[in-house]
Design a protein around this ligand. Structure first.
Ligand SMILES: Nc1ncnc2c1ncn2[C@@H]1O[C@H](COP(=O)(O)OP(=O)(O)O)[C@@H](O)[C@H]1O
Ligand SMILES: [Mg+2]
Length: 259
């Protein structure tokens, strides 16, 4: 059996008296798109922030490549190959695609004693990495603010992949997008997965999840309701689970417990 890229076991997270996570387990395999579904307040963001080193779990274990890790900061998680693309994307709209792509990690060239941002190299790599994701930029100097929402998501994803993500966490990447932009982002997720990266795709849109998901985990009030594989569960069932619907007990039986 393949070792998961990352595995979280019985994660609990308490904020004072608030129990945001009450024992959530999940694993991410190489090349899979694992959808994390749940209504607002279910604990999705808290869970991925625990996975990416922002929060320290109150209880539970995190294993990367089968070895236990203790992240003390997002930097630790990034060094272990866990990258997160947050909804706000942390981009500067007036700056170029290249500038945003390289922010904080600019390639330098030396001319005598001086170091310069190597624009030619940065531009060429940015164009190339965006093309790999199916996006043809008019020019790398184009401002990020002139791109569509889906294209901006793709810049953030391409950047994470280029800088070595093994697990890519996407927090609601499609929630603010129209139909065409959504399908572009879903196509990007599919490309990334096929390159062997494990994708954690957070959404509360069941149709978006069904379009690209290999496995589906539903969170409800800080608990996992179960993990199902593609083909084992219907969209309507996922929808009901998210809502904590009446068929819940019956479905838990069908799912046969958590993975
Ligand atoms: N920093 C925090 N302090 C206190 N409560 C929090 C904090 N972060 C999240 N929570 C609570 O934890 C629960 C889960 O929140 P969250 O993980 O943001 O859910 P989701 O992303 O699924 O909408 C909510 O009840 C929320 O109010
Ligand atoms: Mg959230």
């Amino acid at each position: 059996m393949t070792t998961p890229l990352i595995e979280l076991v019985d994660i609990e997270k308490h904020f004072g008296p608030v129990i945001a996570l009450a024992g959530v387990s999940l694993s991410i395999m190489p090349g899979e798109c694992h959808c994390l579904l749940g209504d607002n307040g279910a604990g999705k963001s808290t869970f991925i922030k625990t996975m990416s080193g922002v929060h320290k779990p109150s209880a539970g274990k995190i294993l990367v490549g089968g070895k236990e890790v203790h992240f003390t900061s997002p930097r630790d998680a990034m060094a272990a190959g866990i990258a997160t693309v947050y909804q706000d994307l942390a981009m500067i709209p007036l700056m170029s695609v290249t500038r945003n792509f390289w922010m904080g990690q600019e390639p330098e060239k030396s001319v005598g004693p001086f170091k310069f941002f190597d624009f030619d190299k940065a531009n060429a790599i940015t164009m190339q990495e965006m093309a790999k994701m199916g996006i043809r930029l008019r020019e790398p100097t184009q401002a990020v603010g002139t791109l569509s929402g889906g294209e901006r998501q793709t810049v953030a994803i391409a950047r994470a992949v280029y800088f070595g993500a093994e697990v890519l966490i996407l927090d609601e990447p499609t929630s603010a997008l129209g139909v065409r932009q959504t399908s572009n982002v879903l196509a990007t997720v599919d490309r990334v997965r096929k390159s062997g990266i494990g994708v954690v795709f957070i959404t509360h849109n069941v149709r978006h999840a069904m379009a690209v998901g290999d496995r589906f985990t539903v969170l409800n009030r800080g608990k996992t309701l179960g993990t199902a594989k593609r083909g084992e569960i219907k969209a309507e069932e996922l929808q009901d689970m998210m809502a904590g619907g009446q068929e819940l007990a019956e479905l838990e039986g069908t799912l046969g417990g958590t993975v």
